[in-house]
Design a protein around this ligand. Structure first.
Ligand SMILES: Cc1cc2nc3c(=O)[nH]c(=O)nc-3n(C[C@H](O)[C@H](O)[C@H](O)COP(=O)(O)OP(=O)(O)OC[C@H]3O[C@@H](n4cnc5c(N)ncnc54)[C@H](O)[C@@H]3O)c2cc1C
Length: 635
């Protein structure tokens, strides 16, 4: 199975081998390190990767798949390193490469790649994170000197949480309101909204802060203490006019502003170029989920508690309760694996073709999948910890650090609740388009059938309980699509009704839970499609059987747990019961192959590190654990 899952397996083996040679970079207990030690560790990890000849900037700019794969690999090595890499290459580097033009790329590529120019992505302010359009930092053109003058007008506009700022950053992409003299010569200033500027922060040689730049450390955080997040204040900081990242808007000498886009399209195009960061976070989050499941499943298979009065104790994974926590999670992890691969393929295709439809699709899918994956993994980490009982709480078994470090994945690079709304907005747009007869891209093609899909189900089908029917991909796919189509149709109707009375903003707010459910439903529809494609492409009969069982479990669990299917009589009570029984059967069927299924993630012991979850500990689960606590295992 592992060969089927990993088409970049050689990169994985190389990177993991690299870290095997540097055991000092794999501390057993991250929490035991101060933030200074964690930051130092991150720097060493970054250099280890670069010194081995990898070029993350080249990957991010050209060999995209490798970049995202690297993010997944690094996630079980150290999440602060994964994020620091993301800040340097996808945020700082990505903003220069994608929001700038050729001269920016030429000037900065090498130095960013080689880490000679560590940089920041300074968007968020104290008062505004999600609402980027409301940022208040200013960049006013001084026509006399042909320079931008950057200022933080008040404390609310302090740049906040800026990764790489507190200690390492030499420069940053600073998001500020672009202001130029009004062309009518009245002396007024035109505010063209938020744009991105390259701003030097520290002297290249002495590393001293430059005049007008004040930076403070954001201090200890709940996790990710290897990242030097900082707050920045600018007081009359002057940078050349050319430091505007001017792919989407230019300013001539004298202050003439021009952009081929309307203000809202330009803003959307600017934010759209940041999609790569979300894809990276998604892949890293899938990596964490794979790691957590590897620990929990292996531990559950060997940990024994209780048993029949006349027999020996049984493994905790043999309890139905444990199976029903972990097997659907394993199935979801595989679904996410195939879906993030699909997202990466779409991303690569988007970069190749620059097709506008695809840009919109990838933007929406990356937003939705980032939100779904990171939210799912955050909850899964707690369940996996719980499934490992008290020993799951030992820091050495890693759940604590993974949970603390991963938690913020739900918030940065777009708060999950905000991102899911972008998916809902896209679905509603597509829904309207189908009435106008406009072409609709492949990902959303199934919405064309909304009319058929929202029809009351055939009563014969809603009562059908035969196992073959319940495991028929046609039934599973159609059910999840029905749910999305139904939620979409009803959301559109509700929005129309409330907008008349309340206006669009309040109508949207009133329908928000409905819209979030719609987005999640859509993402799960896409996940099932990707999973089934993964099943179909698998040639090994045994693997295919296990994959199909997981795909069925993934879909059936969604049908069983969402009340919409019952409310609509899409699933009659006896069918609901049959689905519940089938879920139990699939969970116990998968239990027998659960260990090989997590082994297929092929995370070697020196990377996984959790003593209770090691592959090598399967015959004697406690010996590595005892050793990690300083006890030699007794003979
Ligand atoms: C460790 C860390 C590293 C970071 N690194 C960087 C960095 O390098 N550069 C950078 O620029 N930023 C960075 N950030 C900032 C991060 O991107 C923001 O925190 C994030 O965008 C969310 O913004 P916020 O904190 O203002 O949350 P808010 O937007 O204030 O959200 C607060 C709550 O309100 C809800 N909410 C907000 N708007 C809506 C809405 N429209 N509908 C429904 N609910 C809503 C949210 O769901 C959330 O629950 C970092 C943050 C952290 C913690």
């Amino acid at each position: 199975m592992e060969h089927y899952l990993d088409d970049l397996r050689s990169l994985k083996l190389e990177v993991y081998e690299l870290f095997r040679q540097h055991p000092d970079l794999l501390p057993p207990v991250l929490e035991a390190l101060t933030k200074e030690q964690q930051r130092d560790l991150v720097r060493k990890c970054m250099h280890c990767i670069l010194d081995a000849g990898y070029s993350p900037m080249f990957f991010f700019n050209t060999d995209f798949k490798k970049y995202f794969y690297l993010a997944e690999l690094l996630s079980m090595i150290d999440l602060s390193t994964t994020v620091k890499l993301g800040v340097q290459y996808s945020l700082w580097g990505g903003s220069v490469m994608n929001l700038g033009t050729e001269r920016h790329r030429k000037q900065y590529f090498e130095d960013i790649d080689k880490l000679r120019l560590p940089g920041c992505f300074a968007m968020t302010e104290l008062r505004h994170g999600s609402n980027v359009a409301a940022l208040q930092t200013e960049a006013v053109l001084d026509v006399a000197t042909d320079e931008w003058v950057i200022n933080t007008p008040d404390d609310g506009a302090l740049k906040w949480w800026i990764g790489n700022a507190a200690e390492d950053g030499k420069m940053g992409t600073v998001f500020a309101r672009l202001k130029v003299p009004a062309p009518d010569g009245s002396g007024a200033v035109d505010d063209h909204g938020v744009h991105a500027f390259i701003v030097p922060l520290r002297d290249m040689a002495s590393h001293e802060l430059l005049p007008g730049v004040d930076i403070r450390d954001c201090g200890y955080k709940v996790g990710l203490n290897g990242i030097d997040n900082g707050m920045l204040r600018f007081t009359n900081v002057r940078v050349a006019r050319e430091n505007l990242l001017d792919r989407f808007a230019t300013v001539e000498r004298g202050g003439k502003y021009s952009s081929p886009f309307t203000a809202s399209k330009r803003f959307a195009a600017t934010l759209g170029e940041l999609t790569g960061g979300r894809v990276g976070l998604t892949t890293a989050s899938v990596g964490v989920l794979k790691g957590a499941l590897t620990i929990a499943v292996r531990y559950g298979a060997q940990r024994q508690q209780f048993g029949p009065p006349d027999g020996s104790e049984i493994a905790v994974l043999d309890y139905q309760s444990q199976q029903q926590k972990l097997m659907p999670m394993l199935a979801t992890c595989y679904a996410l694996h195939f879906t993030k691969n699909f997202l990466i393929e779409q991303y690569v295709e988007m970069k190749r073709t620059k097709d506008e439809e695809l840009v919109a699709d990838v933007h929406s899918l990356s937003a939705g999948l980032k939100a779904y994956t990171t939210g799912y993994t955050a909850s899964a980490l707690s369940i996996c910890r719980e499934c490992c009982g008290g020993h799951g709480y030992a820091a050495v078994n890693r759940f604590g650090a993974l949970r603390s470090d991963h938690d913020i994945f739900q918030t940065f690079e777009g708060d999950n609740t905000v991102l899911l709304q972008q998916v809902a907005a896209m679905l509603l747009k597509r829904y309207k388009e189908q009435f106008s007869g406009a072409p609709i891209s492949a990902t959303y093609n199934y919405l064309r059938q909304w009319a058929a899909d929202t029809l009351p189900p055939n009563p014969l089908v809603s009562h059908e309980t035969d196992m073959r029917h319940l495991r028929d991909p046609a039934f599973l796919v159609r059910s999840l699509r029905y749910r999305t189509a139904r939620l979409l149709h009803t959301a559109a109707l509700r929005l129309r009704k409330h907008t008349r009375r309340l206006g669009s903003f309040h109508a949207w707010n009133k329908c928000l839970p409905h819209l979030l459910a719609l987005s999640r439903a859509h993402i799960e529809s896409v996940m099932l499609d990707c999973f089934l494609e993964g099943v179909n492409k698998c040639v090994d009969a045994e693997c295919r059987k296990a994959l199909k069982a997981m795909a069925d479990l993934f879909a059936l669990q969604r049908i069983q747990s969402d009340i919409i299917f019952r409310n609509d009589d899409y699933v009659a009570p006896e069918k609901q019961k049959a689905i519940q029984r089938l879920i139990e059967i699939l969970c116990s069927e998968l239990r027998s192959v659960a260990v090989p299924l997590v082994d297929a993630f092929s995370i070697p012991d020196h990377i996984l590190r959790a003593p209770i979850g090691l592959a090598s500990g399967q015959s004697d689960p406690y010996s590595a654990y005892l050793q990690s606590m300083g006890y030699a295992a007794s003979a």
